[in-house]
Design a protein around this ligand. Structure first.
Ligand SMILES: [Cu+2]
Length: 160
């Protein structure tokens, strides 16, 4: 078996080339490592003013998405709070709010605009739509039990 060392040499050479090829590709695979923050229903509840994910902007005011002239928001109950807990629109805007309720029994109300969902059970969602025809800061809240007193409210700011 005279050429056995030659076979081993070729195998080692191929392995070395393979390793070199693998490691030379590595920088491009690492670039895929930047995972984005997912917005899910189970973000832990934080005291007012802490969220930095998804729709909630860094200054904690959510301005919504404008679709066909309508300002659209999605608000979720999160234990005894709303996420987001602050929204902003302009006077005269038509506002559409989808309230989703993953857990417990809750509703969503803004008295000043006669906007209210029915009381929702876990897993339900409902939509309210109204025209923000006056400027100011208005509280939205849950009217179930003492939820509002427990902190289940937020602020809709209507600017001029
Ligand atoms: Cu509630």
């Amino acid at each position: 078996m005279k050429n056995k060392p030659m076979v081993i040499f070729v195998i080692v050479l191929l392995l070395a080339l393979g390793a070199w090829y693998y490691f030379s590709q590595k920088p491009s695979t690492e670039a895929l490592d930047t995972t984005e923050t997912q917005v899910t229903g189970d973000t832990p509840s934080l005291p007012a003013g802490g969220m930095e994910t998804g729709e909630v902007s860094t200054n904690d005011i959510t301005v919504g998405v404008t679709v066909g002239g309508v300002k659209e928001f999605t608000v979720a109950s999160d234990h005894f709070s709303f996420v987001p807990n602050s929204m902003q629109v302009k006077k005269g805007d038509r506002v559409k709010i989808t309230f989703s309720n993953p857990l417990g029994t809750h509703d969503f109300k803004i008295d000043e605009f006669n906007a209210a969902t029915p009381k929702l059970s876990a897993g339900q969602s409902a939509v309210v739509e109204f025209i923000a025809d006056k400027a100011g800061a208005f509280e939205y809240y849950c009217s179930v039990g003492n939820h509002r007193a427990m902190g289940m409210w937020g602020t809709l700011v209507v600017t001029e």
